[in-house]
Design a protein around this ligand. Sequence first.
Ligand code: PPE
Length: 306
Amino acid sequence: MPIETVDKIWMDGELVAWEDAKIHVLTHTLHYGCGVFEGIRAYETDRGPAVFRLDEHIDRLFNSAAIYMLDIPFDRDTLIAATLETVRVNNVPSCYIRPIVYLGYGEMGLNPLPCPVKVSIAVWPWGTYLGDEGVKHGIRLKISSWRRHDPNTMPPAAKGTGMYINSSMAKVEALKAGYDEAVMLSPQGNVSECTGENIFIVKGGAIITPPTSAGALEGITQDSVRRIAEDLGVDYRVENLLRSDLYTADEAFLSGTAAEVVPIRSVDDRELGDPGPITRQIQETYFAAVRGEDDRYKDWLSYVND
Ligand code: PPE
């Protein structure tokens, strides 16, 4: 589905018309993939649109940039205000938000340091990432033949643009084989994460998710799942998982800003079946939290019209 356009995109401190948000073909990041980005969502609430966990996303953007030695020419507060403003001026009840920090037109060659650091924030309406059916009934996963990055090859803690070639290859492989999404293993063979989501199993009443050392991004939705699990009194553990742990799980689900919380129906054709009770509870609480319907999580929302 093509992107649903809106009026304005924030580029380097200014709101420009959607169709004018263009860059030069010799933009450094286009050639070498050295950029960092975020994926954020704003949800419709009874007080207008609210951005979910905005501070944490902007913090991660700065951490990603620090890892790649990209010196963002704006401070945190400016990017937080710019995000809220971009959602506000586009008059969308809910949307996906994509801040990106990239190296612009300047010098060529592998040394990124002389290039200008540019920042853009785009928003657009985006429905369910893995399909409405997937959110309700669960999706089918396949273990990818592509391994996730080793932390000393590409640091998974940075949400870097170029790193996603790996995810895209895994995604295409899974889709061509008739599955909905891929699970990637670390170079050592532990479960890492999906192409754009963290993964969880439920076993003996506890939720277990792999550590960052297995190559997973430290997900902000994953952290929301942790807090919700604690509040529900469900044991939550960070431990290495083998692919066979996925096959024999009582329940499994994944989480991400774009994907939200999605049940897993099967892994490599081992059926886990309909979404289980813990997955359902986490999912329902998450959707209530993002819509401002659960007071326990009100500190996670930044209201655009406040
Ligand atoms: N792992 C990866 C590799 C990843 O890309 C994401 C987010 C996550 C885990 C979950 O992180 P969080 O969103 O903080 O819970 N993936 C983003 C990009 C998806 C895309 O298609 O692009 C997202 O969900 O916005």
